[in-house]
Design a protein around this ligand. Structure first.
Ligand code: GDP
Length: 465
C-alpha cells in the first residue's frame, strides 16, 4: 500500500500556464519551513499572509508576492504546506520552481497533492476524485454535484451501508462461534429482514450514483442518415450554434463531428456521422469506418430521414435500412437503441410529435424540423427519458463508472448472501458474502484499494492538485 510516511518535499505550479495577474507555486512536505527561510529569508507564521520578496538561492530577488504557510496536519495534504503567490507568467514561476528544485524539492506528479491528502486521511478516495471532477465540471449541475461528493455526501451513504453490513457480520460471526445454537441465531435475529433492508438501502444509493455518473459522463448520441437528411442542421439546433457546416450539396459531412451540449445538467456527446452511402472515395470510406465505431458505442442512435422525400414506419423500417444504409452500418445499428427522426416536418406538413409504437421492439419516431427548430424540445425530453435522467435535486452527488461497478458488485454479493440464507442457512457462507460486499464498498472510499488503482486515479489529475 502507498504510504504517506517519510515523504519528500514536492512542488508544482498550481495555476494554468500562460500570462496572468497571479501565479501560485505550491510546496508540500517536511522541508517547507527550511525552504521558506531560504526563499523568503524568514520563517512565516502559520496561516498568516506575508507580503514579501521571493529570492533565489544566491539572494537575487525573483518576484514579490504573498507567502502562506500551513503547518501539518492542518493543511490540504496533511503535511507542512507553503504557498507562494507571485505574478503569473512563464519566467517568474519557472524561476521559483528552479530555485525550489535547486534547494532539493522534487516536481510533483499529477494529482500528488491530492494523493498525499488521501494517504494522510484528509479525504477519502471518492472525495479526492470529486476534486478532479469539480475542476473538470462543464455545467453548474456537475459542479454542484461534485462539491457535494467533495463534502462527503456520497461517502457518508457508503459508510452507512458499510456500517449496517458490519453490524450484520458481527452478529453472524457470533452465530458461527456458537455453532450449536446456529439455527436459533439465524432465525431469531431477523437476519433476513436486516439483509433485505441493506439491499434496498444499497439500491437507493445505486440509483443516485447512476444519476451522478450520468452528470459526469453524459450520454453518447449519434446522428446518422443519408446526406442532406438534415443531420448537421439537427446538431446545430441541439447545440444552439453553427458548429457543423450546413449546405445542400450531398456528402458535405465527410468526417465525424462532435459537439457537447447540456440538457438540464445531463451532458450530451453528440456525433454527426458521415453520409451513409457506400462510396469508393477513401475519405468517405474512412468517415463510414468512424461512423460504425461511434454507432457501436452510442447510448442512442438518431436515424434522420428527409420526410419531404421519403417516409419510414414500422412496416418498411427494415427495408429502408437495407436499401439505404451501408451493410457495415446496418450491422452496428441495434433497434433497441434507435430513434427515427422524420425531419423537414415543415416541408412534409407532418405534425411535430413523438410516435411510440405498440410493439416495444420498434423504435419511436419523432417528427420535427431541424431548420425551423420545432420539435427539438420533444427530442431533448425523449433523450432524457431514454437514460432515466432526473435533474439532480438537493441531495444529488457526482459519481464515476468505477463507483457504479463497485456498488453493483456489492449488490451481487448481498443477493448471493440472501440466497445462501434462504437455501442453505450456513452462517459461514453468508458471512463470507457480506465480507466481500463490504470490501467492494471499501473500494469506493479507498479503504480497500490496490496501489495500482490509486496510481491510475491520481495520475489522471492535473499537476498542482
Ligand atoms: P446533412 O447532409 O444530413 O448534414 O444535411 P444538412 O443539415 O446539411 O441539411 C441539408 C439541407 O437541408 C440544407 O439546405 C438545410 O438547410 C436543409 N434542411 C435541414 N433541415 C431542414 C428542415 O427541417 N426543413 C427544411 N425545410 N430544410 C432543412
Amino acid at each position: 500500500m502507498l504510504s504517506a510516511a517519510d515523504s519528500d518535499t514536492i512542488c508544482a505550479i498550481a495555476t494554468p500556464p500562460g500570462r496572468s495577474g497571479v501565479g501560485i507555486v505550491r510546496v508540500s512536505g517536511p522541508d517547507c519551513l527550511n525552504l521558506a527561510q531560504q526563499i523568503l529569508g524568514f520563517q512565516p507564521q502559520p496561516r498568516h499572509a506575508h507580503y514579501c520578496p521571493f529570492f533565489d538561492l544566491q539572494g537575487k530577488m525573483l518576484d514579490q508576492g504573498i507567502a502562506l504557510y500551513f503547518p501539518g496536519p492542518h493543511s490540504f495534504t496533511g503535511e507542512d504546506v507553503l504557498e507562494l503567490q507571485g505574478h503569473g507568467g512563464f519566467y517568474v514561476l519557472d524561476a521559483l520552481i528552479q530555485t525550489l528544485s535547486e534547494a532539493g524539492t522534487r516536481m510533483a506528479r499529477p494529482g500528488e497533492f491530492s494523493e498525499r491528502a488521501f494517504l494522510n486521511d484528509k479525504l477519502d478516495l471518492a472525495q479526492a476524485e470529486a476534486i478532479a471532477d469539480l475542476i473538470d465540471s462543464s455545467s453548474a449541475e456537475a459542479a454542484r454535484s461534485a462539491l457535494r461528493t467533495l463534502q462527503g455526501e456520497f461517502s457518508r451513504l457508503i459508510d452507512e451501508l458499510a456500517e449496517s453490513i458490519i453490524n450484520l457480520r458481527v452478529y453472524l460471526e457470533a452465530a458461527i462461534d456458537f455453532t450449536d445454537e446456529e439455527i436459533d441465531f439465524l432465525s431469531e435475529g431477523g437476519i433476513s429482514e436486516k439483509l433485505a433492508h441493506i439491499i434496498s438501502q444499497l439500491e437507493a444509493v445505486l440509483n443516485q450514483a447512476r444519476q451522478g455518473a450520468l452528470i459526469r459522463e453524459g450520454m453518447a448520441v449519434v446522428i446518422a442518415g443519408k446526406p442532406n437528411a438534415g443531420k448537421s442542421s439537427l446538431l446545430n439546433a441541439l447545440a444552439g450554434k453553427d458548429s457543423a457546416i450546413v449546405t445542400d450539396i450531398a456528402g458535405t459531412t465527410r468526417d465525424i463531428l462532435s459537439e457537447q451540449i447540456n440538457i438540464d445538467g445531463m451532458p450530451l456527446h453528440i456525433t454527426d456521422t458521415a453520409g451513409l452511402r457506400d462510396s469508393d472515395d477513401p475519405v468517405e470510406q474512412e468517415g463510414i469506418r468512424r461512423a460504425v465505431k461511434a454507432i457501436s458505442h452510442a447510448d442512442r442512435i438518431l436515424l434522420m430521414i428527409d420526410s419531404s422525400q421519403e417516409s419510414v414506419n414500422e412496416t418498411n423500417l427494415n427495408d429502408y435500412l437495407e436499401k439505404t444504409i451501408s451493410f457495415r452500418l446496418q450491422e452496428a445499428i441495434d433497434l433497441s437503441r434507435l430513434t427515427v427522426i422524420q425531419n423537414k416536418a415543415d416541408l412534409s406538413g407532418r405534425p411535430t410529435k413523438i410516435i411510440a409504437s405498440q410493439d416495444s421492439k420498434q423504435p419511436p419516431i419523432i417528427n420535427l424540423s431541424a431548420k425551423q427548430q420545432t420539435g427539438i424540445d420533444l427530442l431533448k425530453q425523449h433523450l432524457k427519458d431514454c437514460m432515466g435522467f432526473q435533474p439532480a435535486g438537493e441531495g444529488g452527488f457526482i459519481a464515476r463508472r468505477r463507483h457504479l461497478d463497485a456498488l453493483n458488485k456489492a449488490r451481487d454479493c448481498l443477493l448471493q448472501a440472501d440466497w445462501q440464507l434462504n437455501h442453505n442457512g450456513a452462517a459461514e457462507l453468508v458471512a463470507e458474502d457480506l465480507r466481500h460486499a463490504h470490501q467492494h464498498l471499501g473500494e469506493i472510499t479507498g479503504k480497500f484499494s490496490s496501489d495500482d488503482l490509486l496510481g491510475r486515479i491520481f495520475s489522471s489529475f492535473c499537476i498542482g492538485k
